[in-house]
Design a protein around this ligand. Structure first.
Ligand SMILES: CC/C=C\C/C=C\C/C=C\C/C=C/C(=O)SCCNC(=O)CCNC(=O)[C@H](O)C(C)(C)COP(=O)(O)OP(=O)(O)OC[C@H]1O[C@@H](n2cnc3c(N)ncnc32)[C@H](O)[C@@H]1OP(=O)(O)O
Ligand SMILES: Cc1cc2nc3c(=O)[nH]c(=O)nc-3n(C[C@H](O)[C@H](O)[C@H](O)COP(=O)(O)OP(=O)(O)OC[C@H]3O[C@@H](n4cnc5c(N)ncnc54)[C@H](O)[C@@H]3O)c2cc1C
Length: 672
């Protein structure tokens, strides 16, 4: 019985032979990746979507205009909800719904994109009971379509500078929402341009001329029947983007638009009819929808990198190019060491990002339930963790996906590979929900506070407990029995701790010389974001360790451990300069790490296809000709190209209009 459940009759023989080499059962590995319940649900829902033709793409999105994409995904999302009860076990399970959407719709966006990922989470966390009844229930029941409108044309990162105003009018018990300038226009919200009829809008709360900072307000922006913008509201699409082109990211302006006082979300902060303001229990509780998305993004980004790795690894087992030994025939490109070195570390990252995604969602759920009781102690930890992970994971995902694309040679550049689209979606994550550099500095802020606590012999939180431990002067890598990787993980810890203390000391020295805290921060900002990255990379390595330790099945644990050890070696080499600076690592230890990494590439090679099969991406979900499960790449690439809109006729009008007259004229001139 093959351990790879993906083998099917009619598959490319090369892939079947590869799959037969697996040392583990792919469904068990899928259970380790997704959790056994979700893995089963994913498998079942993919089969159901396969049978429901109304959910299938009417043609490849690559050949569609933006309007066709929007219309196609509106059609499919409506069908998806019409059939949801027959497809998923629990429509209130975000993870299950995400996978349904991933199969049926893909990642380019749809009219309910931000509705589910921000609008509803904002209502759940910030609306009081009466408001939940009024908006959350209809929103869950799809009676309205909402978005989250915070960013403005002139202001994204710096929320304190938002210009949109919500001025309380005591006489009418209303807020007047107004965007006083062009730069105050809301800009970017997903599904705002053409789809949404409601928005949670961030605006400065002004009572009796005093500003209380930005708060969230529910605003109806379009008539529910005609879908025309309401009086005092200007709304539209911001135009094509790198990707997400099936999403109508929009602009939104208000001209003294009035909403009832009770449209301010009032679970935490409140304004009564006399204009008396009540502060929330935590100043940043209104940022919860952002923290929610950051926490969801980690696992999703892991999935994106997992998709790109699947495409590149499967294709690398079908593609033959060049010979290793002259005369012995062309080899599969995955047999080249350089190809393995390019791809396997990306695969390992995809795995650990998915594991970290699960951990961070668990912390988010805990914080959410605490918040419900007015308890906010863990909010700062969650903010620090999600800020770092969001930045490091999106950055490494995009770098990893680019390796996957290049590893597919020319065909990786074609949209048929599927990589350009997911790359475009993933790279958006470096910017949205807080620009990466900015979020790293948020984590750095937390780390600097942690150092202060450490110096008092205390820990700021579980995530920074390691700062209390003493520094080792030298690494034990290569000085312990073969197969022990404790010293590798200790090296991540050492590097992070050293950089954190180093920059903290430098900040202190600058301030001791009389420099203000803010200017000192600027002088050390690059070093601070490095500290945040190193801390996060240590967290990720430790998370991988925790996962491997928790696996019971020996074969799965062994295959996962190979990936984990590769990850440790590869990432350490990527940041080795930090370990060389203080002679923590010696040159022979660096060589040891390199050699062990090359050894692991060879160990992983026979399991490569099964490690990507274990993601269990259906072909429908992957949307890639190169990454097809059956490996029949070439005939399908040819079929795909023939679908190109340019092939609708042998001769297109521009030939007769421009090229032919030019060539005729040139011929005539040359005859003269
Ligand atoms: C299923 C769906 C899957 C995929 C998604 C699909 C589609 C969706 C695609 C895109 C959606 C995108 C949506 C968006 O982008 S919405 C807009 C997002 N905007 C941002 O993220 C803005 C980033 N800026 C900020 O968050 C803040 O301005 C910033 C944190 C940078 C600074 O805030 P502020 O000026 O208010 O605070 P500071 O003075 O810097 O800090 C004070 C203090 O507060 C702490 N803090 C800040 N934020 C938080 C938080 N969220 N939670 C807890 N604590 C927070 C900060 O650490 C400081 O603490 P201390 O050092 O102790 O004083
Ligand atoms: C695909 C996509 C979807 C989006 N969806 C939504 C949505 O649904 N709703 C919504 O409200 N918004 C949305 N946004 C907007 C998004 O949240 C912002 O673009 C993002 O927060 C960054 O803000 P910005 O564009 O103002 O960048 P800026 O802040 O202008 O950043 C530009 C540069 O300045 C640097 N910089 C800025 N501030 C600092 C600082 N304090 N220290 C150091 N460097 C700094 C940044 O690092 C960056 O290099 C979306 C954006 C994208 C790309």
């Amino acid at each position: 019985m093959p351990l790879n459940k993906e083998i099917q009759p009619g598959d490319n023989d090369e892939l079947t032979r590869e799959r037969l080499q697996a040392t583990f059962d792919t469904q068990q590995m899928a259970a380790a990746l997704w959790g056994s319940d979700l893995a089963r649900k994913r498998r079942e829902l993919a089969k159901k979507v396969d049978k429901l033709t109304v959910l299938h793409d009417s043609k490849d999105m690559s050949f569609m205009t933006r309007e066709e994409k929007l219309s196609e995904n509106a059609r499919k999302v409506v069908q998806m909800f019409a059939h949801v009860a027959d497809i998923v076990e629990d429509p209130s399970d975000d993870a299950e719904m995400f996978h349904l959407s991933s199969n049926a719709i893909g990642h380019e966006g749809h009219p309910f994109g931000v509705h589910f990922v921000m609008f509803i989470p904002a209502l759940k966390a910030q609306a009081d009971d009466e408001q939940r009844e009024k908006w959350l229930m209809p929103a869950l029941g799809l009676q309205l379509i909402g978005t989250y409108a915070q960013t403005e044309l002139g202001h994204g990162t710096n929320l304190r500078a938002l210009e949109t105003m919500a001025t309380f009018d005591k006489a009418t018990d209303e807020f007047v929402i107004h965007t006083p300038t062009v730069t105050a226009l809301k800009w970017w919200p997903g599904s705002l341009g053409k789809s949404s009829n409601h928005a949670v809008v961030s605006a400065n709360l002004i009572i009796d001329g005093k500003s209380y900072g930005h708060h969230n307000f529910m605003v109806q922006i379009r008539d529910e029947n005609t879908h025309k913008p309401l009086k005092g509201i200007t709304v539209g699409d911001i135009g094509p983007k790198m990707a997400y082109n099936a999403s109508d990211n929009g602009f939104l302006g208000f001209d003294h638009h009035r909403i009832p006082r009770r449209n301010m979300l009032m679970r935490h902060a409140k304004v009564d009819k006399n204009g008396v303001y009540t502060k929330p229990p935590h100043a940043k509780i209104g940022y919860s929808a952002m923290v929610h998305v950051r926490s969801v993004m980690i696992g999703h980004q892991g999935m994106f990198l997992g998709s790109a790795s699947t495409i590149a690894i499967r294709y690398s087992l079908v593609r033959r190019q060049g010979e290793i030994k002259e005369g012995s025939g062309e080899v599969k490109i995955l047999d080249y060491q350089t190809q393995q070195h390019r791809l396997f570390p990306q695969l390992a990252r995809a795995y650990v990002f998915m594991f970290a995604g699960k951990e961070v969602r668990e912390l988010y759920q805990k914080v959410l339930s605490d918040m419900e009781k007015g308890e906010t102690t863990l909010l700062a930890d969650l903010h620090a963790l999600t800020s770092g992970l969001k930045s490091v994971v999106t950055h490494l995902c995009v770098a990893g996906m680019e390796q996957c694309r290049m590893a597919c040679g020319g065909h990786g550049y074609s949209r048929a590979s599927g990589i350009p689209e997911i790359w475009g979606v993933a790279v958006g994550g470096c910017t949205y929900e807080g620009e990466n550099m900015v979020m790293l500095l948020q984590l750095a802020r937390y780390l600097m506070k942690a150092v202060k606590e450490t110096k008092k012999g205390k820990s700021l939180g579980r995530l920074v407990d390691y700062l209390l431990l003493p520094q080792d002067r030298h690494s034990l890598i290569g000085r312990v029995p073969q197969g022990e990787y404790g010293p590798h993980l200790a090296a991540f810890e050492h590097i992070a701790r050293r950089q954190i203390f180093k920059v903290a000391d430098e900040l202190t020295k600058l301030q001791d010389k009389g420099m203000s805290k803010e200017i000192a921060w600027q002088k050390k900002a690059v070093e601070l974001q490095r500290a945040a990255r190193l801390h996060t990379r240590f967290y990720l390595a430790a998370c991988f360790h925790r996962k491997v330790q928790s696996v019971v099945d020996g074969r799965i644990r062994e295959a996962l451990a190979d990936l984990y050890h590769l990850h440790l070696n590869y990432e350490l080499l990527d940041m080795v300069n930090y370990a060389l600076e203080d002679a923590y690592l010696k040159a022979d230890q660096v060589d040891f790490i390199r050699e062990d990494m090359y050894r692991l590439l060879e160990t992983i090679r026979p399991n490569a296809i099964s490690l990507v099969d274990a993601f269990e991406f259906s072909d429908r979900e992957l949307r890639s000709v190169l990454g097809r499960r059956d490996g029949h790449v070439y005939e399908n690439l040819y079929k795909w190209a023939k679908e190109s809109e340019l092939n609708r006729a042998d001769v297109l009008p521009y030939f007769d209009k421009y090229l032919k007259p030019m060539m005729l004229a040139a011929r005539q001139r040359s005859n003269i």
